[in-house]
Design a protein around this ligand. Structure first.
Ligand code: DC
Length: 224
């Protein structure tokens, strides 16, 4: 039996950072489901397949092999793509790819398989609602669009990329609207998820909060 922690929320809420730290502290397997969508997007880019090409997408999905190593490295069909899946062409293509239903169906299968028999913390957009509706702990991590824009500008600066706050904020608001209103897998808090607004919290505060919630559930569960 496995113990599942689901972390959902919009881009820029801090899911990646928090999940990584909590996984290290509690020795949970860290599963970044966004990376699985990025692998499909990269595979399609490599093969020059557009989002309308159903048959070709099916072929890609039939053959795809995604491995997540315990050191955080991601392998796509045997090739280390850890850095490649964070590049701009993938950033731009992954959002439309993530709305293709057969892609979601296949990745759902892969994500459930990765967690089999393990204690995991899985981050994404629909983990508590679709992938593991019976997860032991569900957290919805949020932050205001303004705070998320601020964080993104800083992140870009660290990478040497200069972006304007106004432009980034506009982009985040646009994306929020699209992600929440789209027909396929809209971003939505599970009714039983615990809502954390990280806007005015430090990373450590969020980590301690999440760990306390997990410990509480773990001590009251029969997975020991
Ligand atoms: O978290 P990220 O930026 O790496 O996610 C990449 C894309 O995948 C993003 O457009 C949202 C989508 N995604 C999704 O639809 N469902 C998930 N469980 C995880 C990511």
């Amino acid at each position: 039996m496995s113990f599942i922690v689901a972390i959902d929320g919009p881009a820029g809420a801090g899911k990646g950072t928090i999940t990584k730290k909590v996984a290290e502290r509690l020795k949970l397997v860290n599963v970044d489901t966004g990376a699985t969508f990025r692998c499909v997007a990269l595979n399609m880019l490599d093969k020059n397949i557009g989002i309308e090409e159903e048959e070709k997408i099916k072929e890609v999905l039939d053959k795809i092999n995604i491995e997540m190593k315990s050191n955080g490295e991601i392998f796509l069909n045997g090739e280390n793509v850890t850095k490649r899946i964070r590049e701009n062409d993938v950033n731009n293509f992954v959002s439309p790819v993530s709305t293709i239903q057969p892609v979601r169906d296949k990745l759902l299968e892969i994500q459930r398989k990765i967690a089999e028999g393990k204690d995991v913390i899985m981050e994404g957009r629909d983990i508590g609602t679709v992938v593991f509706p019976n997860a032991n702990v569900k957290i919805y991590l949020d932050a205001t669009p303004e705070e998320r824009a601020k964080r993104r500008v800083l992140q870009n600066e660290e990478k040497g990329i200069k972006t304007s706050y106004e432009e980034v904020l506009e982009n985040i608001k646009d994306r929020d609207k699209r992600d929440s209103n789209r027909k396929v897998a809209p971003l939505k808090k599970a009714d039983d998820a615990i809502y954390i607004d990280s806007s005015n919290m430090t990373i450590d505060e969020v980590v301690e909060n999440v760990i306390a919630l997990i410990n509480d559930k773990y001590n009251n569960s029969n997975v020991k």
